[in-house]
Design a protein around this ligand. Structure first.
Ligand SMILES: NC(=O)c1ccc[n+]([C@@H]2O[C@H](COP(=O)([O-])OP(=O)(O)OC[C@H]3O[C@@H](n4cnc5c(N)ncnc54)[C@H](OP(=O)(O)O)[C@@H]3O)[C@@H](O)[C@H]2O)c1
Length: 241
């Protein structure tokens, strides 16, 4: 049974992905800052899942989380999904430093700290592995009012490319998955008119769902994706065509 760490599992894509991975027979350790009812249910109904509290972006908590998770799993660490993220909106000229600092600390440094700890485990195990960073189309396209978010996601794509080069010889692949607009809590602040505009511009005519993204992540975790590394896979219903 392959063991995967997923960050940001209390809701949205992280929760849906965790359920999909468990259904496919993976063992999963997940973290978030809060513990939702859905997590309680999942933990009670599935021995192959355990939740840990961890503030992504805090290097000490990250080290403890990865170490505790690996000890719980009693299995080599096969994959890390860096999914935890936050979005904050506002034009940069009036966007407070405290907000951009927090966003970059969680979305970019958080993923980097987590990748460092996972790589230490994977390199020691010497049996390959997978790191998948959940980026966004905003990282390559930009978006008015999302400068810090866009920078964090572009940074993640760069992190994937560099780590792919650094670790390829050890059988560890590193890729980004860049969703378009997903129907989760993160996008719930979109106004009705903005939502309608996005749907109108999307060739497939709807927002994405967790079920549109999870299968692609599962593919990147699989043996069939062993020769794919340093890539950013866009899953956006065609909106960036
Ligand atoms: N929704 C979209 O349209 C969209 C599009 C493209 C990419 N994405 C990306 O997909 C990923 C998941 O997004 P989502 O839509 O599922 O968002 P979401 O519903 O807001 O969920 C975000 C998850 O990240 C966790 N999280 C946030 N900050 C954290 C921290 N400091 N430490 C630990 N966990 C933290 C949250 O848990 P707690 O709050 O309990 O900590 C939650 O479980 C994000 O990286 C996002 O940028 C989303």
């Amino acid at each position: 049974m392959k063991f995967i760490i997923v960050t940001g599992v209390s809701r949205g894509l992280g929760l849906g992905l965790t359920k999909a991975l468990l259904s496919s027979g993976y063992k999963v350790a997940g973290c978030s800052r809060s513990r939702s009812d859905a997590l309680n249910e999942l933990e009670m109904s599935n021995d192959n899942f355990k939740w840990f509290p961890c503030e992504v972006g805090d290097a000490t908590q990250t080290q403890t989380f990865v170490s505790d998770a690996c000890q719980w799993a009693q299995a080599p660490l096969w994959g890390l999904i860096n999914n935890a993220g936050i979005a904050k909106e506002g034009v940069l000229a009036t966007f407070p430093n405290v907000d951009s600092d927090e966003l970059l600390q969680i979305n970019l440094n958080g993923a980097l700290y987590m990748a460092r700890e996972a790589l230490r485990m994977m390199l020691r195990q010497n049996s390959g592995g997978r790191i998948i960073n959940i980026s966004s189309i905003i990282g390559s396209r930009g978006y008015t009012g999302l400068a810090a978010y866009s920078a964090s996601k572009a940074g993640l794509d760069g992190l994937s490319r560099a780590l792919a080069r650094e670790n390829g010889r050890r059988g560890i692949t590193v890729n980004s998955v860049a969703p378009g607009y997903l129907d989760t809590e993160m996008s719930s602040t979109l106004s009705d008119s903005k939502r309608a505009q996005i749907i109108n511009r999307t060739p497939l005519g709807r927002l994405g769902t967790v079920n549109d993204v999870a299968p692609a992540i599962e593919f990147l975790l699989s043996d069939g994706a062993a020769y794919i590394t340093g890539q950013t896979l866009t899953i956006d219903g065609g909106i960036t065509n």
